[in-house]
Design a protein around this ligand. Structure first.
Ligand SMILES: Nc1ncnc2c1ncn2[C@@H]1O[C@H](COP(=O)(O)OP(=O)(O)O)[C@@H](O)[C@H]1O
Ligand SMILES: [Mg+2]
Length: 236
């Protein structure tokens, strides 16, 4: 086991009186790809929103990189935990380049920013080709690439993605999963939220399965991939 970069203990969260996350505990080791799987409504996005500081947690402890997680979104990003949100949420009226600049708005290291821009254009050559294109004119797959690239421009230690495969053609999903593997192998830890269990497990070291606000299963990616019965019980 490597050292733990993210440790979550007994996390709960609610919307009004409705508990969306109920006593969740899990961890991510440095360098891993860990997937959090679950059907629609399982609580995956709420979990990520708690981690990114967008949603207040009711209880529980989160420790990141050896320290308690700050509560403000911008402090969490500064510490190195960055979210690629559900539905991409890129800026349609800004260019690809401008969207990428937003990802590094908190940074001041010009040389680092320049080399990270080259790095993301290397990962996604399509984005370099479309650098001056408006975000709103990109295809769904390109928008997802842009959302990931924008996240990387913050130079995260942990990149958290909320359903990057949603609504994309299988061939594009494969490309994106392959790129996530490249990102992880160059040293960025990944927490991947997915409904598409099969694709996610193919690139994951470990995975957890959520069902109505709780973690009901965990295991190595490969083992869960072969555990068809357990998978269909929670993922349909
Ligand atoms: N803004 C919200 N207000 C009220 N309930 C919500 C809100 N967002 C999500 N929920 C509820 O919380 C539960 C978990 O939702 P969510 O975290 O989006 O699940 P997932 O991402 O796994 O589909 C669901 O029952 C959902 O209806
Ligand atoms: Mg969701």
């Amino acid at each position: 086991m490597g050292d733990i970069i993210l440790q979550v203990d007994h996390l709960s969260a609610a919307y009004g009186g409705i508990r969306a996350i109920d006593d969740i505990s899990f961890h991510v080791n440095r360098g891993e790809i860990v997937s959090m799987l679950g059907a629609n409504g399982a609580g995956k996005s709420t979990l990520l929103k708690c981690l990114s500081g967008e949603h207040r947690r009711l209880g529980g402890e989160i420790s990141f990189d050896g320290q308690p997680l700050p509560s403000k979104c911008y402090s969490i990003v500064e510490r190195g935990m960055v979210i690629v949100p559900e539905g991409r949420q890129i800026f349609y009226k800004l260019t690809v380049f401008e969207n990428l600049q937003i990802g590094c708005a908190q940074r001041t290291d010009r040389d680092g920013i320049r080399s990270d821009l080259e790095m993301v254009y290397g990962l996604f050559p399509r984005l370099r080709e479309r650098e001056k294109q408006y975000g709103g004119l990109l295809s769904g797959g390109e928008q997802q690439m842009l959302a990931i690239a924008r996240g990387l421009m913050a130079r995260p230690k942990l990149l958290m993605l909320d359903e990057p495969s949603l609504g994309l053609a299988p061939i594009i999903v494969n490309q994106i999963m392959e790129t996530l593997r490249q990102i992880a192998s160059s040293g960025t830890t990944i927490l991947l939220i997915e409904q598409n269990a099969k694709k996610a497990l193919q690139i994951s070291d470990r995975a957890y399965v959520m069902n109505v606000g709780r973690i009901v299963l965990e295991g190595e990616g490969k083992a869960l991939l072969e555990d068809e019965q357990l998978m269909t019980a929670y993922l349909g």
